[in-house]
Design a protein around this ligand. Structure first.
Ligand code: WT7
Length: 664
């Protein structure tokens, strides 16, 4: 298990229980445990009936489906709402123009500079999306063509996404913090026809050029015909004749119309690809489709966040991750909600930025990550007391297990001891939340994501696939499909099968470990595979290792997650150098920089330990278990080490670790 033992221990002792408050309960979408249980029962006994009803209640279909579900986890093949026709951008925009929401704020954008605020009503957003959809068409983008998007958190990002959805062109968003070479490999993998990017990213008061990364990436991306550039910062950039075009010039063109007929899509047509890390060196392109994904996004947004018409809802994630796709854009807009989008960071210009925004826009629902809570905890409660947070009614958490201390701080200082915290467990692959409390129904235990949502058949199994007992840790699996689940890995059906459906036949394997307590509550323990979670960002250790060994000085590298009080985990790399090379701090800095260049700043190792050798079995496999224990300071018992080729390396590694980190 990657979760460290003290963490599990503290979770084991957690006995506090918080019951839903009666205030707002009767107005909630799901009002009580009794209602939750009835829905859950129905969803297990008649899943097709349950999901057909939700799909009809929440989504406008151009043509109804012939069959709700066909699935086979062994093939694997999953199809929802077969034969159904719809358009996602129509559902997120057009239909709200006729149902009384035309002049309602769809998007409130707070830029990093305080005075940079933009509000788009549904009507305004519709016009922008239609215009950009027409721009894309003019650039030759057709239904089925992929469009890569590499943008900071500016309104053009959701506009571009919805424009792609409008014309049936799957988007592939690459987080703007990724490097040129990460962008390059993602564009190459999906063979995008167009790239949308910006001149720069504004971050913590600085202007960080972005376009040079795009230029670098596009040197090796022959499929990209045009590159659309948003002017965000106005910094000097290179515009390549014939390839690069300014967003504002394209949009100002008088021949571009304000309306664009939405392309009628099949329920199972691809909506987007989003790359995520796995246990191999190459990120995989997770495929989400149209009907099931949108139904699931709307359904979970409505039930888990109890989103209502007059709420201001704020999810602090970046749209470059799945959280932003589903819970900034598609879920809230499908419901006709008001979604707030913020360009900046929680601690700049001061650690009260988030609370200032809550007060400024009277935010009602606030969804963030444990790493943010822990970072703000450190700054002291006085920052939270400077602002009126009384409009808040629901708090959310996502990305990693929220430790009970952070939960209590969030509850007491932001929730003033009253607000429910929905700890939401899910993944890029799941499209939306699978395990979470319903805010006015589920009694809460700090640190537990509580219970599976209706329709989610989650379970814990042992390595042989048999069910784990109560409180026994095991593999978290899902035993039947839900509408938002991934449909494949782009261009790699083998990997889709191997990664998710091979180990436990007939079940979806999440890669996480968990246990279920006597009340059936889930306690997520973290990844069981070679994936680490740094500040809620998912990184494959193999990716970082291959970046390190691509440096001419490195012979071998092994990367593990080291427990970290704010980030959850931090990156720790063991590196052996090629013969005759000197260890030095300069080389350390160079290696860090190298990884930063190849993957991005989020992947740069905090610690690099130069080692003479790595603990390998006689067959040459690195025993990561040992490396993980060393960084966690658990050096008393390494378990069975009899297969190690050279057990003496362990002592050296422990010594090196102590020197580097001060681990006792
Ligand atoms: C991994 C998925 C889902 C959006 C953000 C991350 C971890 C996520 C929780 C939670 C414990 C969590 C898991 C999961 N994770 N939410 N509430 N409690 N762990 O998406 O990048 O695909 O990462 O994040 O380990 O497998 P992702």
């Amino acid at each position: 298990m990657c979760a460290n033992e003290t963490q599990i221990e503290s979770l084991m002792q957690e006995e506090r229980l918080f019951r839903p408050s009666r205030k707002d309960q009767m107005k909630a979408h799901v009002k009580s445990m009794k209602e939750y249980k009835a829905y859950y029962k129905e969803s297990m006994e008649d899943p097709e009936g349950f999901w057909a009803r939700r799909a009809e209640e929440l989504i406008t279909w151009n043509k109804k489906w012939r069959k709700v579900l066909r699935w086979d986890f062994n093939d694997p093949k999953i199809e929802w709402f077969i034969g159904g026709k719809l358009n996602v951008s129509y559902n997120c925009l057009d239909r709200h123009l006729e149902n009384g929401r035309r002049n309602k704020a769809a998007l409130i954008w707070q830029g990093e500079p305080e005075e940079d605020v933009k509000v788009y009503t549904y009507q305004m957003l519709h016009t922008e999306v239609c215009r950009f959809a027409n721009v894309l068409k003019k650039l030759g983008v057709k239904k089925g063509d992929r469009v890569s998007i590499y943008l900071p958190m500016i309104p053009e990002l959701p506009i571009a996404m919805l424009a792609c959805a409008r014309i049936g062109a799957p988007h592939s968003i690459v987080f703007a913090g990724f490097s040129a070479s990460s962008l390059e490999s993602r564009i190459q993998d999906c063979k995008a026809k167009v790239l949308i990017t910006a001149d720069a990213v504004l971050r913590s008061g600085r202007t960080i050029p972005l376009k040079p990364n795009a230029d670098q990436a596009l040197k090796n991306c022959p499929t990209v015909e045009k590159c659309v550039v948003v002017k965000r910062a106005g910094n000097e950039i290179n515009m390549e004749e014939g390839r690069d075009l300014w967003w504002h010039e394209l949009m100002a063109d008088e021949s571009i119309k304000d309306t664009c007929e939405p392309e009628i899509m099949d329920a199972e047509d691809m909506l987007f690809i989003l790359y995520t890390s796995g246990s191999t060196g190459k990120p995989k392109g997770v495929i989400h489709t149209t009907g099931g994904y949108l139904t699931y996004a709307a359904h979970t947004t409505q039930w888990v966040f109890d989103l209502k018409d007059d709420d201001v809802y704020w999810c602090t994630a970046d749209i470059g991750w799945i959280t932003g796709h589903t819970y900034i854009v598609y879920g809230p807009l499908a419901l006709g909600g008001t979604s707030l989008m913020f360009e900046g960071v929680p601690t700049w210009p001061a650690p009260d930025r988030f609370w200032k925004i809550v007060e400024k826009f009277k935010v009602n629902i606030f969804y963030t990550a444990p790493t943010v809570i822990r970072a703000l905890m450190r700054e002291g409660v006085e920052w939270t007391q400077k602002h009126d947070l009384s409009t808040l009614r629901i708090l959310g958490s996502v990305g990693e297990p929220i430790n009970p201390e952070a939960w209590m701080w969030y509850h007491e200082n932001i929730g003033k001891g009253k607000l429910p915290i929905v700890d939401t467990w899910w993944q890029t692959e799941t499209g939306g939340i699978l395990i979470a409390p319903l805010p006015y129904a589920t009694p809460l235990k700090p640190g537990s994501a509580t219970l599976p949502l209706p329709g989610v058949d989650a379970a814990i199994v042992r390595s042989d696939g048999t069910p784990a007992k109560k409180n026994e840790g095991g593999y978290l699996v899902v035993k039947r499909p839900w509408p938002g689940m991934l449909r494949g890995v782009f261009g790699d059906p083998e990997r889709f099968k191997k990664q998710y459906f091979d180990r436990f036949p007939g079940m979806y394997e999440s890669g996480d470990g968990a246990r279920r307590d006597e009340d059936g509550y889930f306690w997520i323990m973290g990844r069981l595979d070679d994936v680490i979670n740094v500040s809620g960002h998912r990184l494959g250790t193999a990716e970082i290792e291959s970046a390190l060994v691509s440096h001419p000085s490195v012979a071998e590298a092994a990367v593990v997650g080291m427990p970290h009080p704010v980030k959850g985990q931090t990156i720790y790399a063991y590196v052996t150098l090629k013969a005759g090379l000197e260890e030095s701090d300069d080389l350390r800095a160079e290696l860090r920089n190298h990884v930063r260049k190849i993957i991005g700043p989020i992947a740069s190792p905090e610690y690099i330990q130069f080692a003479v050798g790595l603990p390998k079995t006689r067959s040459g496999k690195i025993m990561r278990r040992i490396l993980r224990k060393i960084v966690a300071g658990e050096t008393e018992d390494f378990g069975d080490t009899s297969t190690l080729a050279d057990p003496s390396v362990i002592e050296d590694l422990i010594k090196g670790n102590k020197e580097l980190t001060g681990n006792k």
